[in-house]
Design a protein around this ligand. Structure first.
Ligand code: HMG
Ligand code: MG
Length: 302
């Protein structure tokens, strides 16, 4: 283990495998497999697991079983099980199932706001505002995402100022954390630094969410840590993508992240061997190998 200066001692991994990882799978994954996936992630030491989405079921059929999944997952003390919620209907469904943390998701660009939420950039806030106020009044914590923070497949490069404007409006609604989404994985480390440094409130309420389409996710994450970010989104096995942005491939693989962090002497609480075994197990159920380099390297040894 070799440390580098200017990095945190500890990083919180916000695991998105069951939600971002599975939402794009064409074949419906049985709810029992999803529940076992979540349980195995907890057993592997992950403490924050974005479990599913209460979005419109015809928009994301893969997660139409959200309510059933929540009845099957044993919610253990000390573990966070946030779910994605776009609107008040989604919040009602989440509250009915005893959810205590939600995540709303906004777009920095007009095209993606339309395609993903059927809203304009401006009108998405009218949808989110009552969700956040009602959630907070019910004692539910709210995280927010901004998508297309670096580039957009239809509009091209996205100006930093536009992301800061959207992100700041979300934080001002009362969200405790803002996750900066590189939905299509085009960002590079200098751009990541410029974006993080442009937020007037500093990095303490920021998280990063890199898809790995162009192989930049780990380099971008390292730069984000150097900037003071300590919450990193990742999906076990590197699965994932967004059904409303074709160029969105898998998320940063949790195993690749953990390998780098442990190599740097940064604590995560994750048992890498157990996590790799989980991703190898899921890959067999999904019928294809994991895109994670670390899973491929280590699963041969298990
Ligand atoms: P809409 O069609 O505008 O909805 O969709 P609406 O408000 O007009 O309602 C139409 C009907 O849908 C109504 O039913 C509602 O009750 C129902 P009716 O009265 O006609 O019978 N409805 C719902 N039913 C169940 N659950 C709900 C719900 N909402 C409305 N929550 C909406 C607007 C936001 C609902 C839709 O666009 C949607 O569900 N979008 C979700 C898309 C999505 O999940 N994308 C993937 C996640 S985002 C992502 O992956 C990016 C991220 O990872 C970060 C990154 O990588 O950048 C987070
Ligand atoms: Mg994503």
């Amino acid at each position: 283990m070799h440390r580098l200066p200017g990095l945190p001692d500890q990083v919180t991994i916000y695991e998105v495998g069951p939600r971002d990882g599975l939402q794009n799978e064409a074949a419906i994954v049985p709810v029992d497999v999803k529940a076992e996936f979540v349980e195995r992630l907890v057993d592997a030491g992950l403490t924050t697991i974005e479990t599913t989405s209460f979005v419109h079921p015809t928009w994301v059929p893969q997660l139409a079983d959200a309510a059933e999944l929540l009845t099957r997952v044993e919610r253990r003390p000390g573990i966070r099980y946030p779910v994605l919620v776009p609107n008040e209907r989604g919040l009602d469904r989440a509250l009915e199932h005893g959810v205590t943390e939600i995540a709303i998701f906004a777009s920095a660009t007009e095209t993606f706001a339309q395609r993903n939420l059927n809203r304009t950039v401006d009108s998405q806030f009218a949808m989110f505002a009552p969700v956040v106020s009602r959630a907070l009044a019910s004692g539910v914590r709210v995280r927010a995402y901004v998508s297309m923070c670096f580039g957009d497949p239809w509009e091209g490069p996205v100006p930093v100022e536009r992301v800061v404007e959207v992100g700041t409006r979300l934080l001002d609604l009362g969200c405790f954390e803002l996750s900066l989404g590189d939905t299509i994985g085009v960002g590079t480390p200098g751009h990541a630094r410029a974006l993080i440094e442009a937020f007037p409130g500093g990095p303490s309420s920021l998280a990063v969410h890199f898809h790995d389409t162009y192989g930049q996710a780990l380099a971008n994450t390292l730069e984000a840590l150097r900037c003071g970010v300590t919450v990193v989104d990742a999906a076990a096995g590197g699965i994932g993508g967004c059904p409303y942005a074709e160029s969105a491939t898998g998320n940063l693989a949790t195993e690749d992240l953990v390998w780098m962090l442990h190599g740097l002497g940064i604590e995560t609480g994750v048992d890498l061997e157990s996590l790799v075994a989980t991703s190898a197990w899921l890959a067999r159920r999904l019928g294809r190998p994991s895109p994670s380099a670390v899973v491929r390297a280590l699963s041969k040894e298990l």
